[in-house]
Ligand binder design. Structure first.
Ligand code: BES
Ligand code: MN
Ligand code: ZN
Length: 507
């Protein structure tokens, strides 16, 4: 169930808990001043701080006490925001996320959160603080429960979050902007979490159309016949082993001023709805997780949802390659030589290195058709990036310094962390074949696996195209919670790319 968020000047509902904020300081914890709150509750909060010496007001720290009979709420809570001078919108979201987690272990259904009257620091407005706290709670409160009957006995879940603040209308406006992006994140998470028997290429293409078309996004679906005619032989080869035929989906959001002569921005996503490895079959352990191998495409779809919801003033094109990588008598084999959309031939040496083949055709198609200002692709491309960076950082390859600086900047403001990886001619050479133009794995075995994969993609980037490849194999799927990201499908990519578009490419 989703949380309903409202912004008020004073509490309206009968909340089960009233919450105030506190900062960590050199001289101990300090309460954020709140003028609208009854004096008895303010003094109760002070007593709670005196009694709970373990509470230091660090970001996301939380305590609660039961109030005396007759109080407006049964409980009073104090949420720590860390050091006031270090507080940012991003940190406030994190506090909101931890707050949600603390409430769910208590079973609180309705909360009034008092933001108070004092600016924590000059760069963060109280409206933004209010909006970010709420957005963080909502991001953490995401659940994927459409396949499961609700348990008979469960603690109440947080249903209403009432944020009490000085300028509710402004806070609401700020929140609604953030919420558009969160809706995009949820869209991406839902897609990643969906089981592969329900999310196969054709079904996925229909979901994209049904979700985005009503929001004003143009959606074009290419079936296998069309893909054959086009000559998209690389992605078709990957999909040919499956009874579920491949699809390419093109999305266009035309939000720029009509007079704008700027080329569109392009985002490309790997959408392998299930990756068995094909004839080069993967080991059985945890193979179920390969339902997340469409995480790159999910991020593109989620991004389009966010951009359309907030009516971004920019032209954007998205291309996703949707295939299922299965072993069968029709499957492509190691040894096959296939022909990509741009005419290059590829010797297949491992059918499990399929993502780069799917991307190859999508990348060539988007460059040829749209000559975009830049192309950013997202893909759960290599296990090697998880070995290198784990699940916290997304390995990012980029051929342009300006684009990298922008990405680095928005990485900091969105909380989706990037780590730059090297592009080098060496790895382009690594994937040259003796019998075809290219081979789909490097010559030196598993060495620098993420870099040879990027080297392969680089063969499909035209001279002069500004390009970045984000290997999200580690970040698209998590098995532990983060403050604003519950485990499993994370929706990684939506926030950072929305931020990139908003901060640098909108008119
Ligand atoms: N989808 C996988 C990469 C992956 C691994 C994503 C783990 C998420 C978690 C990709 O298609 C793959 O199988 N890559 C191979 C490449 C190898 C055959 C060169 C890999 O990483 O082992
Ligand atoms: Mn694979
Ligand atoms: Zn894969």
């Amino acid at each position: 169930m989703s949380i309903s968020v409202s912004f008020q000047k004073e509490h309206k509902t009968q909340p089960s808990m009233i919450v105030v904020l506190a900062y960590e300081g050199d001289e101990g914890v300090s309460l954020q001043p709140v003028s609208g709150l009854e004096a008895s509750l303010v003094s109760l909060a002070k007593r709670a701080l005196e009694a709970n010496v373990q509470f230091k007001g660090r970001l996301g720290d939380f305590i609660s006490v039961v109030t005396p009979e007759g109080s407006v709420a049964a409980r009073l809570g104090v949420l720590g925001l860390g050091k006031a001078e270090a507080l940012s919108a991003l940190r406030a979201e994190e506090a909101g996320g931890k707050f949600y987690a603390a409430l769910s272990s208590l079973g609180v259904a309705g909360v009034s959160l008092y933001v108070g009257d004092k600016l924590p620091q000059p760069d963060l407005t109280l409206d933004m603080l209010a909006a970010s706290l709420a957005n963080g709670a909502v991001l953490r409160g995401y659940k994927f429960e459409r396949y499961k009957a609700p348990p008979k006995e469960m603690l109440p879940e947080l249903k209403t979050l009432e944020v009490v603040c000085t300028h509710p209308a402004n806070a609401k406006k700020a929140y609604e902007k953030l919420s558009c992006v969160s809706q995009g994140v949820f869209q991406a998470r839902d897609l990643v979490n969906m089981p592969p028997n329900d999310l196969y290429p054709d079904a996925y293409a229909k979901i994209i159309k049904d979700t985005l078309k009503p929001l004003g996004v143009e959606v074009e679906i290419f079936d296998e016949k069309k893909l054959q005619k086009m000559g998209a032989g690389a992605m078709l080869a990957v999909g040919q082993g499956s009874d579920r035929p491949a699809r390419m989906v093109v999305m266009r959001w035309n939000g720029a001023n009509k007079k704008s002569k700027d080329a569109p921005l392009a985002f490309v996503g790997k959408g392998v709805t299930f990756d068995t490895g094909g004839i080069s079959l993967k080991p059985g352990a945890n193979m179920d997780e390969m339902k997340m191998d469409m995480g790159g495409s999910a991020a593109v779809v989620g991004l389009f949802k966010a951009l359309a919801l907030r009516k971004a003033r920019v032209d954007v094109v998205g291309v996703v390659g949707l295939v299922e990588n299965m072993p069968s008598s029709k499957a492509y084999r190691p040894g096959d030589i296939i022909k990509a959309y741009n005419g290059k031939t590829i010797e297949v040496l491992n059918t499990d290195a399929e993502g780069r083949l799917v991307l190859a055709d999508c990348l060539s198609y988007v460059q040829k058709t749209y000559a975009p200002r830049f192309v950013i692709n997202l893909a759960t491309l290599t296990g090697a990036i998880i070995v290198a960076l784990g699940h916290e950082y997304c390995g990012t390859f980029v051929n342009d310094e300006t684009l990298w600086k922008q990405m680095e900047k928005v990485s900091g403001s969105s909380g989706e962390k990037l780590w730059r990886m090297p592009l080098d001619e060496v790895w382009k050479k690594e994937v040259e074949s003796e019998v075809a133009d290219l081979r789909n794995i490097g010559k030196s075995g598993r060495d620098a696996g993420s870099c040879t994969a990027a080297g392969f993609l680089a063969h499909f980037i035209e001279e002069g195209t500004i390009w970045s490849h984000m290997d999200i194999a580690g970040t698209a799927w998590r098995t532990s919670d983060k403050p604003t990201v519950p485990k499993y499908g994370s929706g990684f990519g939506v926030r950072i790319l929305d931020c990139l578009v908003r901060d640098y490419y909108e008119s």
